[in-house]
Design a protein. Structure first.
Length: 79
């Protein structure tokens, strides 16, 4: 598993509500091409998201590096 930590202690109430709504949607999703959100924990200052651990790095970083991603490149990145 991987854990993402989001600091939201200073976030506005509307921002926190939007984040909570997105987390609820993410928890309900089950798709082979989307990282699965397993659980969420909240402390006074942080939100901790326990996620399926994916290897291979960030797709966005790959796209930035090559500047142009062909359909073949995208298919290779997904599998």
């Amino acid at each position: 598993f991987a854990i993402k930590r989001l600091k939201f202690a200073d976030a506005a109430a509307a921002t926190k509500a939007q984040l909570e709504a997105e987390v609820e949607i993410f928890l309900a999703m089950d798709h082979p091409h989307i990282t699965r959100l397993v659980d969420v924990y909240e402390s006074e200052h942080y939100l901790f998201m326990v996620m399926e651990c994916m290897e291979g790095g960030e797709l966005f970083d790959r796209v930035k590096e090559v500047k142009r991603f062909s359909e073949v490149d995208a298919a290779d990145a997904m599998w």
